[in-house]
Design a protein around this ligand. Structure first.
Ligand code: CMC
Length: 386
């Protein structure tokens, strides 16, 4: 093969063969292991879905219970990791804190036994169990408090809210967080999953795999968009200001956060479910004025950009859900990361099963046979730091 077609952002280029999830962007379908996301949101739990994604089948009652017990047992993090987090600047972004702490786990669990199913399981359990504890620990530490230890009597989502707020959460709030985690658990070859797969393909350790994916997820074009959506709704400020704001952004060719998707050309099925979850929360805990701004913005964007296939993506309504759950704005993307760990690890496991290191090619656009100019003859175009 000598001729290559270059596609910016690898749009439409298959990077792997996978049986983990499926998206039909024209029909608005998302399936995990063949099961519709709507079914999983209504009937499953995040840990059951994690099991499904990693091992390919829904667990039996005994298998699920054993998995849940293992996760519960491994939720704590070593005091040295907590102490390390105490040295992080409190003004730093929690995604950076999470990336550093996820990578640090590799120091403590340095054994690498990638062909051993027991090692795969133990790694999945450790990462799924410990990532929420580390997110909550940084939140408390940066406020000057000691982290709250996990509570063995609480489910996965309940325990995360408990570690953040130091009190047992409302059952509806915990169930809605659990559904939201399920919705975010996996999404084919998105940027962070691709990062995870590339890192995995070098046979590096799984903690580095997750750390590299966290770094990618943090970007505003990817997981960071959920935080930017709320900042945008706050900047809009009122329903009346929605259309002038939109006109101004479009005139400046700026993106509207929480809209558009490389694959979906209709409303993201996860956004439909998240909007419903937000409404359930508003009914129980009071309406959020930003919801009215959001629905008006959705209408206005559809009128202006619907013909281009620009509709709300997963990040558009998730921020409103997290806000109502009392999660601080800059923890929205770390919560997305907690949810996406199973997806990253499912792809890590799949990659290892038939590994070939990623090594794409490029189309060279530089010069050839350039002269080596002696230093005294070179002109400087360097800008200096003030
Ligand atoms: N607002 C306004 N115009 C948009 C938007 C948007 N949010 N998204 C795409 N477009 C337009 C874009 O201007 C371009 O128009 P034209 O063809 O006239 O130049 C066309 O649609 C194609 O856009 P693109 O940027 O080439 O599309 P992409 O597939 O490279 O990017 C995207 C997909 C998600 C990065 C992009 O839609 C975007 O930047 N959205 C805003 C950020 C966001 O919400 N990100 C979350 C993504 S979904 C979940 C996740 O990954 O976390």
């Amino acid at each position: 093969m000598t001729a290559y077609e270059y596609r910016a952002g690898l749009e439409g280029v298959p990077a792997t063969q996978s049986s983990i999830s499926f998206v039909d962007g024209q029909k608005g379908i998302l399936e995990y292991r063949g099961i519709a996301i709507e079914e999983l949101a209504a009937k499953s739990t995040f840990l059951e879905t994690t099991y499904l994604l990693i091992w390919g089948e829904l667990p039996s009652r005994e298998e699920l219970s054993a998995f849940e017990n293992e996760i519960q047992y491994h939720r704590r993090v070593k005091y040295r990791i907590r102490d390390m987090m105490k040295c992080f600047p409190e003004s730093g972004h929690p995604m950076d804190a999470l990336q550093a702490s996820a990578a640090a786990l590799g120091l403590f669990y340095s054994r690498r036994d990638l062909e051993n199913p027991a090692y795969i399981r133990e790694t999945v359990v450790r990462l799924v169990a410990k990532i929420p504890t580390m997110v909550a620990a940084f939140q408390l530490i940066r406020k000057g408090n000691d982290p709250v230890q996990p509570n063995d009597g609480l489910s996965y989502a309940e325990n995360f809210l408990y570690m953040l707020n130091e009190k047992k959460p409302d059952p509806l709030a915990a169930r809605i967080l659990d559904i939201s985690l399920t919705l975010h658990a996996e999404h084919t070859i998105n940027a962070s999953t691709f990062s995870a797969m590339v890192t995995a393909s070098a046979l590096t350790d799984p903690y580095a795999v997750v750390a590299s994916a966290v770094g990618t997820l943090a970007g505003p074009l990817h997981g960071g968009a959920n935080e930017e959506v709320i900042t945008m709704l706050e900047a809009i400020g009122s329903v009346e200001n929605v259309r002038p704001y939109l006109e101004d952004r479009l005139e400046r060719k700026a993106k509207i956060m929480g809209f558009g998707h490389r694959v979906y050309k209709v409303k993201d099925p996860r956004a439909i479910i998240l909007q419903d979850l937000a409404e359930q929360l508003f009914e129980k805990f009071g309406r959020d004025k930003y919801y009215d701004i959001a629905t008006e913005l959705e209408r206005a964007v559809e009128e202006k950009l619907g013909n281009k296939g620009i509709y709300p993506n997963v990040d558009f309504y998730s921020g409103l859900v997290y806000r109502k759950l009392g999660i601080p704005l800059d923890l929205f993307t770390p919560v997305f990361a907690i949810a996406r760990v199973p997806g990253w690890l499912a792809h890590w496991k799949e990659q290892l099963a038939e590994n070939r290191i990623f090594r794409p090619t490029q189309i060279y656009t530089g010069v050839h046979d350039a002269p080596y100019i002696p230093i005294e003859e070179r002109r400087s175009s360097m800008t200096t730091m003030e």
